[in-house]
Design a binder for this molecule. Structure first.
Ligand code: BGC
Length: 869
């Protein structure tokens, strides 16, 4: 074990060595590498320089001096003023808990992009007369240029209307997929900056780009709606070269570029890609190519939007899954099973003859006769076509589309039968920090954890989406709001939610209303309780997990505007249904003994969420030191609670509607006085019991079940629901074959087949919101609200049902937290790892709390303990 404390994992605005940032006081963070018990930082010193050499010799930008502080997160850069293109190399030295300085960290860097409009010399270009509607061939754009001298350094700043790939001298620039990502392009358009030094050479060079519709002009929403943002694809690229002798040169998109159509005849997220290899433009991205047939590119009017830096990790290829089986349900139609419902595209080895076309279709499920099930994709054609240019084997994968699938169907145009080894699935999603881990002694629950993570992967593609396969794939706010906590346990999604927060601000209506989807492409002006509340809940939960006050600062006005909307639309703090609310979406309508079914009133949901948001606002204001606001929101919470009680609660504690969701909201959001809580819990449990220990909740109630039951002393009932095998339950879908979370518990059943095709996604994370409870309660790694970001940790392993062990790992910003327990021979054995610079409080039923300093800990307690059920 090293005796020194060292800073590792240096990041700038949550990103590793970002290029092209658009902020000049970015915040810097690190973790401590120090395994000694009680490891803590007592001071830090940051130095920054304009080059790596200066960093080690004489830092010329910043020396923070020694700062006595334990802070390791989000420390604003405080050095010399930065401008466009400033490069900053930085490193940190920390002092440990004994006051001893450790070595310097490895250097890290960040670089500022083009901050001012005038930094851009490039012009927007596109093909001459663009289509108005309907997808068409992808434009290829290129130009050659000479560099006379050795290149010291080069950067490519690039963005597009549509999605793009860039090439330099025959090589792909970077590995971002679907750049520039998805924002409301009329408001913010993300620029990526690439280090292309190694791709250039003295002499002749060629640069090129390919465009496709993407979110900008492709199908979006449903019913064949196209061109949500525009119909003229455009490219803006600026290559900035610095020679070894200090001269600079800029090559931008302009009227000297030429354009042609290539092999991609159609590319659309919903419909798929059509590729004709006979039309490949071999050598187009290399110098010396004969571009005689190409037309001059049109110089376009620059769109009115703000060019901003990318804020989160781009979509990238993350994994490759091999096919595990091949079937031939009809002659010449081959189906490959990847063993896992996933999102991305297939990579295929295909053998055919010139001019023959292979058809590739994708589906999440198979029909009983073994053919591909596609009815749930609705109007999304989800079909790729590949036409051969010659004989022999080729490798093909599409690039401007994505599909949600477990099965790939290949038919037509092949000269030999494809084999299992010919097909893999390329998994795509936004870059997110490392994967958390949860495991326990019950394999079905482990499958649930896996399904949750696969739905997270499949739906964290640029924005948090409802589903990845049908003609929808939108940033539904309600779904994100219920899942954010689970997402944050499983991945580092700080940058992802920070960027989506900006999207939400862009989408918010002038009166503070928050649309159903963000970015708002539906644009119907509708606002729904439990959906719009994402504006307040998502930043707050992200803050709890990552301790970044910046996200609260960024969202504060938007959060406040949403709560002001609620206040304005309420009548004496009772919030009625305004327009149309989705209610407890997909709640279960199953008859129950003497109660029957009563849906949760929508105004109850609205008012409960109003109270919850006002409460979060008071805490947010407190965290940001806005005393006056804190007082105001506290008073508001009291008024909304009073309205809730007045409208919905009988003196006994019975809640109007008598539904599980009604009780859950009342209890979760502290809407009942102490004296009424026991009765409410009793009614809730009675209802669950009366249905045979089953839930009746929808999107709104389901995420609250396990946490509320646990908080009010009925963790036994939470476990019963978790392990319930009959419909409706988590395990039920698993027993029907789910490898991802389903939109409905019975999206497919072995007995009755497929559910209603109108809304039947097999990759919908909302019910995966129980994942948070698996971490926080079952394994027992919980947030201490007194010190967000896991600076203080509550460890509360909670054995229950028949589980004999559980463990979890959370990759917090301070380092990896571990908590695991086992029951062995009458003892509960607990092991924990508390990261440096944090502390934990271990709470076990029937035991006094133990305070744990950083380090590894093991305990043994007699079991069963006094208080445990
Ligand atoms: C989506 C849901 C969404 C809902 C709104 C559906 O089409 O898939 O997940 O929240 O609409 O009620």
């Amino acid at each position: 074990m090293s005796e020194l404390c060292k800073a590792i994992g240096l990041v700038c605005e949550h990103l590793e060595n970002p290029l092209g940032i658009d902020c000049v006081t970015p915040r810097l963070s690190w973790r401590l590498a120090d395994e000694r018990p009680g490891a803590r930082q007592t001071a830090y010193r940051i130095v920054a320089a304009s080059s790596l050499q200066k960093l080690t010799e004489k830092p010329d930008l910043w020396d923070s001096g020694e700062v006595e502080s334990s802070a390791t997160l989000d420390i604003p850069y405080g050095g010399k003023r930065l401008r466009s293109r400033s490069q900053v190399w930085w490193q940190v030295q920390v002092r440990d808990h004994r006051g001893k300085p450790g070595g310097w960290s490895e250097p890290a860097c960040f670089e500022v992009g083009l901050l001012r409009k005038t930094d851009w010399q490039a012009s927007w270009i596109g093909r001459p007369a663009d289509r108005k509607t309907g997808s068409g061939p992808s434009p290829w754009l290129r130009r050659e240029f000479r560099l006379d001298g050795e290149v010291r350094q080069a950067r490519l700043h690039v963005t597009a209307l549509g999605i793009y790939e860039m090439y330099l001298n025959g090589q792909r620039v970077g590995d971002e997929v679907f750049a520039p990502g998805w924002t409301d392009y009329a408001k913010r358009l993300q620029v990526s900056t690439h280090d292309v030094t190694g791709l250039l050479r003295s002499g002749d060079n060629a640069i090129g780009g390919v465009l496709a519709d993407g979110w900008y002009a492709g199908n979006l929403i449903w019913n064949g709606n196209r061109c949500s943002y525009g119909n003229q694809l455009g490219l803006l690229a600026q290559l900035e070269v610095e020679y070894a002798d200090g001269r600079r040169e800029t090559i931008g998109t302009d009227g000297d570029w030429v354009t042609a159509e290539g092999p991609i005849l159609e590319a659309d997220f919903y419909n798929g890609e059509t590729y004709d290899a006979r039309r490949e433009l071999t050598g187009w991205d290399k110098p010396g190519y004969d571009a005689a047939g190409w037309a001059a590119a049109a110089v376009l009017k620059a769109p009115r939007t703000r060019l901003v830096a990318r804020q989160n990790g781009p979509v990238r290829r993350q994994l490759e899954l091999p096919a595990i089986a091949r079937t031939e349900p009809q002659p010449g139609v081959y189906i490959f099973d990847l063993g896992q419902n996933m999102v991305g595209w297939a990579r295929l080895k295909l053998k055919g003859r010139r001019g023959q076309t292979v058809r590739l279709r994708y589906g999440e499920m198979l029909c009983d006769d073994g053919t591909l099930y596609t009815a749930n994709l609705r109007t999304a054609k989800t079909t790729d076509y590949y036409t051969f240019k010659g004989a022999g084997e080729v490798e093909y994968e599409p690039r401007f589309t994505f599909h949600g699938f477990r099965y790939v169907e290949i038919s037509g145009g092949l000269t030999s039968q494809p084999v299992v080894e010919d097909v893999t699935g390329i998994v795509l999603h936004s870059d997110l920090g490392s994967l958390g881990r949860f495991e326990c002694s019950e394999p079905l629950v482990n499958q649930l954890q896996s399904n949750i993570n696969w739905s997270l992967r499949g739906n964290f593609l640029e924005v948090p989406t409802d589903c990845p396969q049908r003609d929808e794939r939108l940033g539904w706010t309600g779904d994100a709001q219920v899942f954010v906590g689970t997402a944050c346990y499983n991945r580092d999604a700080a940058a992802f939610f920070k960027k989506w927060g900006l999207d939400l601000i862009d989408a918010q209506m002038p009166d503070g209303g928050v649309p159903h989807v963000v970015p708002d492409v539906i644009r119907n002006g509708g606002v729904s309780a439990a959906w719009a509340d994402a504006a307040v809940i998502c930043p707050w939960v992200a803050y709890q997990h990552y301790g970044d006050l910046g996200i609260l600062e960024q969202q504060y006005d938007s959060m406040a505007a949403w709560v002001a909307w609620q206040e304005r639309n309420s009548h004496d703090y009772h919030l009625p249904e305004v327009g149309y609310y989705f209610g407890d979406w997909l709640a279960i309508d199953i008859p129950m003994g003497d109660c029957g079914r009563a849906p949760t009133p929508k105004d109850l949901i609205g008012t409960a969420y109003f109270a919850h948001c006002a409460d979060i606002m008071s805490q947010t204001a407190a965290a940001l030191g806005r005393k006056e606001d804190e007082r105001r929101y506290k008073a508001m919470v009291r008024k909304v609670r009073a309205a809730f009680q007045r409208e919905f609660v009988a003196p006994s504690g019975r809640v109007v509607g008598d539904t599980q969701t009604g009780y859950l909201l009342a209890l979760a959001f502290d809407l009942l006085p102490e004296r009424q809580r026991a009765y409410a819990v009793e009614r809730l449990v009675k209802d669950i019991e009366g249905r045979g220990w089953k839930l009746s909740t929808g999107f709104v109630g389901t995420p609250l079940l396990a946490p509320v039951l646990t908080r009010f002393g009925r963790v036994d009932v939470a476990y019963r629901l978790l392990l319930q095998q009959d419909y409706p339950s988590w395990i039920y879908s698993i027993l029907q074959g789910a490898t991802t979370m389903w939109e409905r518990w019975n999206s497919y059943t072995k007995k009755n087949g497929f559910g209603d095709v109108g809304m039947n996604s097999f990759n919908h994370y909302a019910y995966g919101a129980i994942g948070e409870w698996l971490y926080a309660t079952v394994a027992g790694i919980a947030i201490d609200p007194a010190a967000p970001g896991f600076e203080k940790i509550i460890l509360q392993p909670t054995p229950g049902a028949g589980l004999t062990s559980a463990e979890a790992e959370v990759h917090s910003r301070h380092g990896t937290i571990f908590c695991g327990w086992k029951i062995r021979r009458g003892e509960l054995l607990v092991e924990a790892v508390v990261p440096p610079n944090t502390s934990a409080s271990l709470r076990l039923p029937g035991q006094p709390a133990h305070r744990l300093a950083a380090g590894r800990h093991s305990f043994a307690f007699p079991w069963p303990a006094g208080g445990a059920k």
